[in-house]
Ligand binder design. Sequence first.
Ligand code: C5P
Length: 227
Amino acid sequence: TNKITIAIDGFSSTGKSTLAKQLAQHLGYVYVDTGAMYRAVTYYAMQKEYITSAGFDVAALVNDLPNISLQFQFNQALGFAEMYLNGVLVEKEIRTIEVSNFVSKIAEVSEVRAKLVEQQKEMGKNKGIVMDGRDIGTVVFPDAELKVFMTASATTRAQRRFDELVAKGDAVTYEEVLKNVEERDYIDTHRDDSPLVMAYDAIAVDNSALTREQQFAVVLDLVAQRT
Ligand code: C5P
């Protein structure tokens, strides 16, 4: 069968990455988590103190962008790629609630988006890729053969993200996680550059009431129709 490009977009914590990983593994495709890239830039900006609870020095970050190198490296044992920032593994550091609280601010900056989108297009030029994010079907791969737009209720999503963080030993409250999910969704859908919106030719999948297996079966069927 011929290799296609699969774009998965949607709100925070809709299970995009779970689905994308399942698909990539099953099809032998490359999986790219673009959220990890925005998170790594955020982590960098926090380390350099361009972003603190006191404010955000956008100009300083933009000026420093050429010094940020992002790389995915496949981890055989885990079965997926991990994020490296300037050669350092940051997979754990980029998943904290602190990074989650700032990331949508970083993702509003056009210069940041331009840099990451260019790298994402490059990664997908040979197809056989599953990419998840907020602007994949609209901006990164507008010609993708399959575009999925995932949705689920905010409370379902917050509960999932909360369970994930607690399992990792993070001291967070459900209310804090729900607030973060709602704030990110608001910023992501209202920004000027590449707001989160469903592509006209995307297929909406609401997984509030679907198990992982059911959701996978639905999307696999869509893939089969296109390969
Ligand atoms: O997917 P994840 O929740 O890890 O993404 C973190 C944040 O990165 C999103 O809330 C959004 O602000 C930003 N993002 C984006 N465009 C993408 C992927 C993520 O703006 N393609």
